[in-house]
Design a protein around this ligand. Structure first.
Ligand SMILES: [Zn+2]
Length: 157
């Protein structure tokens, strides 16, 4: 019983390390997928704005400012979301950008080692689960990680 306890403990520790690597990787892919998705939505909104302006000018009408403003605000909100997600991407790599000089600094630095500026805490953004194609990409990437680990073990033995 002891032997199997130890064996399963060791296996679960190995599993934990692999799982952490994989979860960082899948988190990274999830964030990148979300950024791509937001960029696509921004492009579509630019198209919509262009179409609204075109149709109104073509018909000799005045462009309705409210309609355009609403779309512009939508783009700005998505851009804000993207910059938060980009911060999170850096945080996974234990890196953040200095708010003053933009240097890549350690995630735990309270002050920038380059310019000395005090750094705000990195904000965690909740990613809404939406059906995307990234799910398949995640699975492929995780399998690759496990395979490369196996190869390492073989080389060590
Ligand atoms: Zn700095």
């Amino acid at each position: 019983m002891d032997f199997f306890d130890k064996l399963s403990k060791k296996a679960s520790e190995t599993y934990q390390v692999t799982k952490e690597k994989a979860s960082n990787l899948s988190e990274e892919l999830k964030i990148k997928g979300k950024i791509n998705e937001l960029n696509e939505k921004i492009e579509k909104t630019y198209d919509t704005i262009g179409r609204i302006v075109y149709n109104e000018i073509k018909d000799g009408k005045d462009v309705v400012r409210e309609e355009i403003t609403e779309k512009c605000e939508e783009i700005s909100r998505k851009k804000d979301e993207i910059s938060k997600l980009e911060e999170q991407l850096l945080a996974i790599k234990k890196v953040k950008k200095c708010v003053s000089c933009g240097a890549a600094i350690n995630i735990n630095d309270e002050f920038c080692p380059k310019c000395g500026k005090e750094q705000p805490k990195v904000e965690k953004v909740e990613i809404k689960e939406e059906p995307t194609n990234t799910k398949e990409a995640e699975v492929v990437e995780i399998n690759n990680v496990e395979n490369s680990n196996n190869e390492d073990n073989e080389n060590n033995n």
